[in-house]
Design a protein around this ligand. Structure first.
Ligand SMILES: [Zn+2]
Length: 703
């Protein structure tokens, strides 16, 4: 399964539309050949070559079948002989499998030049889709994409693994039935490939509308062009310059730092030549396996039957593995961190009761990176503010592990999801406290602006994302709040119906600025002077006794006198009058803390938390998307809460506890590490690092 950029894909699924980005460039030829090859991946040979040849209105279908390995050459010769009937043709295939087949056969074919022509005329339809089209499907597999265009398969269960089992059955029994199943399945793939390709032609630059006679049964999906790709935020085109001359663009691209090092200097520098980046294919493949896990299902998922057999290479085996994949983890000991490579194996299972063929869910959903590894990455990212590209380098340098940028980004969402219940709990806890500090700040996102609110007590912090600065949501959020709200003078807080304490540091700074602006205003000084004396006396008491109502209560008289005098006065000075109005307006909210225990007179707790976030904001100006920011804020809430409670954020993450209080209570007890970890529902194993593909940029020409 190919991993695909999520936002546009999600949009496509939601709108049930096909989104087209840019214009696919398809080559033109009078003859189009649709090729699909079936093989036994375990044994390394292919046994069925299916093709549909379309020339004008004429369509021909061919299937070349090999009984065993020896006949493989024959199928290829037949294929070449059919193709050579045409002077000019294009061969379409879905994915890289067919190309690998032709290339492998070419090496031992007699008619090398014909095979060469086939290779040159091959077009990978999957790559074209990857670059340009977002179908309303969960994957870019031929089954899903074809189905969205109305293609049907005779056997609804038809799939890659199903076909392997059919072939195994045929090899075991030589029953014609299984062969027929395979021939049908293969030809239906060709038909689907044809339909998908013709759909691409219909939206491409070389669209020949006359050539697509659409039948009534063909379902036409709605197509939308993505012109404002930036607004939709799926492809990062930040800082891309529009060049008037194509030549300028070419020259500009040639000057990129990486390009120069890899293409230009490398020609003359021996050192660079030696260190040239290796192709990114299978980079983690050679790592030594530290643990092997065999995954076997005991029960059929559809009927619950317990009688299962396992398939491998045309024969039944017991619990023997035919499929394997790797997972990676980091293990923390008191003396260091160690890489762990886990290899999971499983076999294709068949239920004898209902005939269901399946691979265990635990194998399908196997996480590629386990909790310990993700914890380390997120710890570095959130606590030390190390960017994802740098974390990637650290993985390589410290652990010899290739983890790509997108995967690290994905860790963030997986981890945020894991900690979501704890995040909710944290927010509830803060909302039920005696004191609540609140503050907010703005953040530039890739698509416009967002706002981050922070809610804090002396030992807990929660960051919350809001798309706008409006405070309406506070009414709902704080409807059960019974404590004192500490905030700055932002008007959104004014309407909240709870005792409030405004930050007096803010007020004092504002007053100070007024004094500096109006140095000779004696009326102004007649307010600020007594206010300073009053506050200084209060702070003195706090210094001595802490925030205790018993000791602070004696200042209430002074406060009352201050306001009494202020109300009676009137000023000619504008600045003094404005300050008087402000103080009287907030009269009830300036000295609330005198009547409570443990309510501070400033908003330090929230402002400190906001500052932590501001550092991060500097590191990622306008690069984040809303979902990424939400995930980050959830993790940052835990990081900062740990800091307030003086416990290690890393140890908290590694403990797998979902909230910090539980972690603090039961710190001694150690949980056993599970042998394997499974992704939560809906998370797809990423294949970015080149498990299927050589590089992350697909080629549009099929090369
Ligand atoms: Zn069953």
């Amino acid at each position: 399964m190919t991993a695909i950029p999520i936002p546009l894909q999600a949009l496509a699924i939601r709108d049930k539309k096909v989104y087209v980005f840019g214009t696919p460039q398809l080559p033109v030829s009078p003859v189009r050949i649709y090729l699909d090859v079936e093989g036994c991946p375990d044994e390394g040979y292919d046994y069925l070559v299916g093709l549909i040849i379309v020339e004008g209105d004429k369509e021909q279908r061919f299937s070349f079948w090999a009984d065993d390995r020896d006949q493989e050459d024959w199928t290829f010769q037949q294929f070449l002989a059919t193709v050579t009937n045409y002077a000019d043709f294009l061969v379409f295939a879905y994915g890289g499998y067919e190309r690998a087949f032709v290339r492998r056969m070419q090496k031992r074919a007699e008619r090398k030049t014909v095979a060469d022509r086939v290779l040159k005329s091959m077009v990978n339809v999957n790559a074209l889709i990857y670059a340009h089209v977002y179908f309303p499907t969960c994957s870019n597999g031929l089954k899903d994409v074809g189905a969205s265009l109305g293609c049907l398969w005779t056997d609804p269960n038809a799939s890659g693994i199903q076909s392997i089992v059919w072939r195994m059955r045929w090899e075991a029994t030589h029953d014609e039935h299984w062969k027929q199943q395979l021939l049908t399945y293969n030809m239906e793939d060709c038909v689907a490939l044809r339909r998908v390709t013709e759909f691409l032609y219909s939206i491409s630059a070389t669209s020949e509308s006359a050539q697509e006679p659409r039948t009534a049964t063909e379902s036409k999906p709605r197509v939308a062009r993505v012109e404002e790709i930036d607004r939709l935020g799926s492809v990062n085109r930040r800082g891309k310059i529009q060049f008037f001359h194509p030549d300028y663009e070419y020259i500009n691209n040639c000057a990129h730092f990486d390009y120069q090092r890899q293409r230009v200097y490398v020609r003359t520098s021996r050192m660079l030549k030696k260190n040239r980046k290796k192709p990114r294919r299978y980079r983690n493949r050679k790592l030594r396996v530290s643990q092997r896990v065999q995954i076997v299902s005991k029960k059929c998922p559809s009927c619950g039957g317990m009688e299962l057999i396992h398939w491998e290479r045309g024969k039944k085996v017991s619990g023997y593995s035919t499929k394997r994949k790797k997972a990676f983890d980091l293990v923390f000991t008191s003396g260091g961190i160690k890489r762990r490579v886990i290899e999971c194996r499983t076999s294709i299972h068949e239920c004898l009761q209902c005939g269901k063929i399946f691979i265990p869910d635990r194998y399908q959903g196997l996480a590629k990176h386990f909790h310990g590894l993700m914890s380390w990455a997120m710890y570095e990212h959130v606590a030390h503010r190390i960017g994802c590209p740098m974390v990637k380098e650290m993985f390589q340098d410290f652990f010899g592990l290739a983890v790509c940028h997108q995967e690290i980004t994905k860790f963030k969402s997986i981890m945020a999801r894991y900690y979501r219940p704890g995040y909710k709990k944290l927010l509830d806890k803060i909302m039920s406290g005696q004191v609540l500090h609140v503050d907010e700040t703005e953040m530039k996102l890739r698509t416009g602006k967002g706002y981050v609110w922070v809610f804090a007590t002396a030992e807990d912090v929660v960051y919350l994302y809001r798309p706008n600065r409006e405070g309406d949501f506070l009414l709902e959020l704080l409807k059960d709040f019974r404590g004192v709200l500490v905030s700055d003078f932002y008007t959104a807080y004014d309407s909240l119906n709870c005792p409030q304490q405004k930050c007096l540091i803010h007020l004092m700074r504002d007053m100070n600025q007024e004094l500096l602006d109006n140095p000779f205003d004696e009326e102004l000084q007649s307010i600020t002077g007594p206010f300073g004396t009053l506050l200084r006396a209060i702070v003195g008491t706090i210094d001595q006794h802490g925030l205790r109502r018993r000791f602070l209560g004696k200042h209430e008289l002074g406060v009352a006198k201050f306001f009494q005098a202020l109300t009676a006065q009137s000023f000619r000075s504008e600045a003094a009058e404005a300050l008087r109005a402000r103080l009287i307006k907030y009269q009830e909210k300036l000295f609330t803390f005198l009547r409570y225990d443990m309510v501070p007179w400033n908003n330090n707790n929230a402002e400190n938390a906001i500052r932590r976030f501001a550092y991060y904001r500097e590191d990622t100006p306008g690069r984040l998307k809303e979902a990424g920011l939400r995930d980050y804020l959830a993790l940052l809430s835990f990081c900062h809460t740990c800091r307030y409670k003086s416990v290690s954020f890393l140890k908290f993450l590694l403990s797998r506890k979902q909230d910090v209080d539980t972690f603090c209570q039961g710190r001694r007890r150690k949980r056993r590490r599970p042998a394997i970890e499974i992704y939560p529902k809906g998370v797809v194993r990423p294949d970015f690092a080149g498990a299927n593909r050589g590089n992350t940029e697909p080629n549009t020409t099929g090369e």
